[in-house]
Design a protein around this ligand. Structure first.
Ligand code: NFS
Ligand code: SF4
Length: 640
């Protein structure tokens, strides 16, 4: 464990030290207790898909090279990885479906607590389906769009309409390769079917289905989720707020929202400062109500309401260990059932709200959209009632940082457009003219199997130094925010001269917070807009761009990586996918797959080298596009 317990983040360092002294559980302890972890699983060489097994393949010795059914390492590893994709695609897409149902409710229920906040966004989205909304009032239009988009989840013929909004060359390629997703649910179901005992055993054929399932997420479920969230809750615009555990206040009721779907948390954000509620908090001896977020629910309500980010994935139990969290309310995804062990030592109330996610030791207050405001009020009141129960063991690390967040595919470059407004021209010109070397999406989780945040920070800083503009989502965003990389001044500290000039001219930080993991679809949209603006090739795979998830852990991250690869993006991860037990599959994913889809996987555990590989790829694309040399001297010069 020793080398994993270095923390760049002072707040985390203090809290983990304290946890050690007070014998409080942490993710790092539980990780340590699991060592050594199963090598077969790590290499993708175990299969439990039927009860003739479990089977495992011996990668080195004289042990079996096939399972009971005769499945080889290639088959077993490929089946396993595409089941991970199916799970990730399901998580995002079920979220997208829920948001579509929220829109449907707006359309059908005149007393609905939600409304369409951004009609322009809804119209732009509806246009993908040829719907104009002409002559329709808001509710009728919302219903029409919701009913149409819900077909994308279960239609029995055709392919996803929204996936056709990718660059035309990309859509053509997907059609030729048979990668166009047919319907979101269908791709997931077919992946489950093909990985059942005795169905698909051809690793390339399995990966092809995996990519189609991933595309059904990126260019389907996630994109629908992002676009409709913008329509219902508002498209984000740049705003200033703060990040890290220090955002909590000792003399306030601290309510932490955690998870992913904003339907409940957005309402909590809207009503939490209502006078009646604040008065109630005061009557209990608090000065007010402080909201904060963990994980992507945090990103969602930060983006739209400026609610501060309390911490990233790895800080969820540390937040409770401050002793000042009066309630942590969760929805779905990335929530540790182990939180209850920490909560037992404090007064913190843990509350689950989704019928899909109940947890032992959590109180369940079921959320229902038909009573959204009433339930959100009940939740806030329950948190307030718990304020007097604090038991004295309180400590808030005095650590927080400012950030500018709230960039969408529209606002980021609307902003970048400056006087041109709403155009990607200045961005493209900055790339073409050699001020910006390229674009990078750096995203994803953190993982106790490596030094917390070191991967994110090293990769991002190395890219900035070399004039690569970074778009960020998920927990990478929270890390970048906590470490000051999202302050406008950050460009002067971290960026190369060309990127500095661009950031200064338009007043943006060099790392753009584009939202939750679901909002990686915004990055797909940015890349599509850059292609459409012209001068940088015809397809996403022509762009000087690359992606990275230095500390990934979730199945969603696997799915995201696959949809980026299948969209033509060079994608680097810090820990290999669990496929290394199959040489053929590993070679394919990190090699030949690029010849088919234009993107590929790169496994690189050295974070500086990860950034350098991305930059080499960016340079290769710049060269192919015959772009001018960079305007200013670059610190990293790849060998010729
Ligand atoms: Ni993404 Fe967001 Fe964080 Fe990873 Fe989990 S919160 S959806 S999965 S851990 S980045
Ligand atoms: Fe073993 Fe084949 Fe069954 Fe998997 S599907 S558990 S490899 S027999």
């Amino acid at each position: 464990m020793s080398n994993n317990l270095n923390f760049a983040d002072k707040a985390t360092k203090e809290m983990v030290k304290r946890a050690g002294e007070q014998n409080l559980p942490t993710i790092w302890n539980r990780y340590e207790a699991q060592q050594p972890q199963c090598g077969f699983g790590d290499l993708g060489l175990c299969c439990r898909h039927c009860s003739m097994g479990p089977c495992r393949i011996d990668p080195f010795g004289e042990g079996p090279k096939v399972g009971v059914c005769g499945a080889t390492a290639d088959t077993i590893a490929a089946r396993h990885i595409i089941r991970m994709i199916a799970a990730g695609s399901s998580a995002h897409s079920d979220h997208g479906r829920d948001i579509s149902h929220t829109l449907l409710r707006i359309g059908e229920d005149p007393n609905c607590d939600y409304t369409v906040k951004d009609m322009n966004k809804l119209k732009a989205f509806a246009a993908y389906y040829g719907l104009t909304g002409d002559g329709k009032e808001m509710r009728a239009f919302a219903k029409e769009v919701a009913e149409r988009v819900l077909q994308e989840f279960g239609q029995q013929s055709g392919t996803l309409k929204i996936a056709e909004t990718a660059p035309p060359a990309r859509v053509k390629l997907w059609k030729e390769l048979g990668l166009m997703p047919r319907s979101i649910d269908r791709e997931v179901v077919e992946t489950m079917h093909r990985t059942h005992i005795g169905v698909d055993a051809d690793y390339k054929n399995l990966i092809k289905q995996g990519m189609r399932t991933a595309l059904a997420d990126g260019w389907g479920g996630s994109m629908i989720g992002t676009d409709l969230s913008d329509a219902v809750f508002g498209t984000p615009n740049p705003l200033t707020t703060e990040a890290n555990l220090g955002i909590m206040k000792k003399d306030h009721v601290n309510l932490i929202v955690h998870g992913h779907e904003p339907t409940l948390s957005d309402i909590i954000a809207v009503i939490s400062q209502k006078k009646e509620l604040v008065d109630k908090a005061k009557a209990k001896g608090a000065k007010g109500i402080q909201l904060g977020g963990i994980c992507c629910t945090a990103n969602e309500i930060m983006m739209r309401h400026g609610i501060p980010l309390a911490g990233s994935y790895m800080q969820q139990e540390l937040a409770i260990q401050t002793g000042v969290v009066d309630m942590m309310v969760v929805d779905v995804q990335c929530i540790w059932p182990g939180l209850q062990e920490t909560a037992k030592c404090f007064h913190t109330k843990l509350v689950t709200t989704s019928p899909k996610a109940k947890m032992p030791g959590f109180e369940h207050i079921e959320f229902s959209e038909d009573r959204a405001v009433a339930i959100a009020t009940q939740i806030i009141e329950t948190a307030i009632d718990n304020f007097p129960n604090r038991n004295g063991n309180q400590y808030i690390p005095d650590v927080k940082e400012q950030l500018v967040g709230g960039f969408s595919a529209e606002s980021a470059f609307h902003f970048l457009g400056g006087k041109y407004r709403s155009t990607y021209r200045p961005l493209n010109d900055a790339i073409i003219g050699g001020r910006i070397r390229g674009l990078a999406g750096v995203i994803g989780c953190s993982n106790p199997n490596m030094e917390y945040e070191e991967g994110h920070l090293t990769v991002v800083k190395e890219l900035l130094k070399n004039d690569v503009l970074v778009a960020s989502t998920g927990c990478n965003s929270i890390t970048c925010a906590k470490h000051g990389l999202m302050r406008p001044e950050a460009a002067f500290q971290y960026a190369g001269k060309g990127l500095q000039e661009v950031c200064q001219a338009v007043g943006i930080p060099p790392v753009l917070h584009m939202g939750a993991c679901l909002d990686n679809s915004r990055i797909l949209r940015v890349l599509t807009n850059v292609v459409a603006e012209g001068g940088l090739g015809d397809d996403i795979s022509d762009l000087p761009a690359a992606g990275a998830a230095p500390e990934w852990m979730s199945e969603k991250a696997v799915c995201i990586g696959f949809y980026f690869v299948a969209s033509g993006v060079y994608t680097v991860i810090g820990k290999p996918l669990p496929v290394m037990g199959s040489k053929a599959l590993t070679d394919y994913l990190t090699g030949d797959i690029e010849k088919e889809v234009g993107g590929k996987w790169v496994f690189e555990e050295n974070h500086i080298e990860a950034a350098h590989k991305m930059i080499r790829h960016i340079d290769k694309k710049r060269k192919a596009l015959k772009l001018k040399p960079m305007l200013y001297e670059q610190p990293f010069k790849p060998e010729a």
